[in-house]
Write a protein that binds this ligand. Sequence first.
Ligand code: DOR
Ligand code: ZN
Length: 343
Amino acid sequence: MQFKIIRPDDWHLHVRSGEALKSVIGMSAKQMGRAIIMPNLTPPVINADQATDYRNEIINALPKNSSFNPLMVLYLTDNTSTRDIELASASSIVKAAKLYPAGATTNSDSGVTDITNIYPALEAMSKAGMPLLVHGEVTRHDVDIFDREAVFIDQTLSKVVLDFPDLKVVFEHITTKEAVDFVLNGSANIAATITPHHLLANRNDMLVGGIRPHYFCLPILKREKPHQLALLDAATSGNAKFFLGTDSAPHTKHAKESSCGCAGILSAHCAIELYASVFESKNALDKLEGFASRFGPQFYSLPPNTDTITLTKQDWVVPDSYEYAGSVIVPFMAGKKLSWKMS
Ligand code: DOR
Ligand code: ZN
């Protein structure tokens, strides 16, 4: 069995820089037409000039003849000015700005310490029609890690959407039923990305029978019921508020298999195949193209890609590791059999 879909895009991708970038960019470029490139480098990408430099680095690292188009994102800090937003918006290469609550995840130390610090920037984004991309977790130590997304909705995100009704918001890598409900009940300006790992795994996969660091990501995997099941329903529903964003986030094997392993899962090597298996399991392969290739561009007011990819029902085994920046990386589903292959 075989079918074609419009070439997908990845609306949430980490590709790092330097040698790491060179190791992973080909994986996404092979499958995706475009990707929203996350700005959490060290130092972070905080203005249009830095976004331009980073975009050029990515273009130079692409395989020959690739037409992959990196869409750049500003990293919001307490000091992001309205001028930074205006310049970014005028640059045409910056498509969005990302809110990392300070300390929420990898390279978020320069993130926002209090949401009101970026209210002038949010006002400017709202005026410019620039989407706010949200890592939706509180970072307070008294909030349990499994509750951090739900508390963020109650204490921060609900207020932001009330204060900026015209602001476009992408609630990134949602992990809970609360987040699905928030997006469903929100205005047409509110959408969400859903990762393959939050669709295919839950906290049991990470913790039962031993700690599996390659399943550790942020926001952390939640319970199957009700959270993973709510994500599966949302992604495969055909509702245009939910679209593809892998959050593929490479780290070396060594950095993950450590007494303090870091958060992030590489899924770019087989992203579309993972989503195909999810949609097949829900008997919804006819809804894959909307989720992967049409709803994202629609939200960002961009045209869909003009070429197609072919997915073939074919068993293959994901490699145990890939070479990564002079070291190795263990990909999502390492050593496991997948039943779809992109050709
Ligand atoms: O698991 C994650 N890894 N979550 C994030 O929010 C950041 C990412 C990374 O950059 O490694
Ligand atoms: Zn991310």
